[in-house]
Design a binder for this molecule. Structure first.
Ligand code: MN
Length: 133
């Protein structure tokens, strides 16, 4: 991670990378929009998932705001019901809250997420989701 730019910066689409191994039931595309590294500095990304692809369980050290760009998605926090997500929905996951998110079985799903860094990390991956629906 490089830290946030010190001046106005435009990131154009076209720098998608594959999600890390174990992050989801299948690889998905991630475009980094902000690569904060200092504690409290924001990271942000646009993610694009194929129908039925969902993340593993995970947490964010300082929480995460997820904004749905397109498609139909699903999200669940540990111990609660699976929730449907639609275009325009905004979801906040609290710091350390175990959760997953992903595409519904019948729809691609894309979102922008913003999550602050702590100790150089913005996500901690856990185990795969079992029988999400
Ligand atoms: Mn998350």
């Amino acid at each position: 991670m490089n830290g946030n730019p010190d001046r106005m910066t435009i990131r154009r689409p076209g720098n998608a990378v594959r999600s890390p191994q174990g992050a989801g039931t299948a690889p998905f595309w991630v475009e980094m929009l902000l690569e904060g590294s200092a504690d409290g500095e924001n990271t942000a990304m646009r993610a694009s998932l194929e129908p039925g692809t969902i993340t593993s369980w995970h947490t964010h050290p300082r929480g995460q705001l997820l904004y749905v760009l397109a498609g139909k998605g699903l999200a669940q926090r540990d111990g609660a019901h699976v929730e449907e997500l639609r275009t325009g929905d905004a979801v906040w996951f609290a710091a350390g809250e175990k959760h997953w998110h992903g595409a519904a079985a019948d729809s691609p799903f894309s979102y922008v997420s913003i999550q602050a860094a702590e100790a150089g990390r913005f996500v901690d991956w856990l185990e795969p989701v079992e029988a999400p629906r």
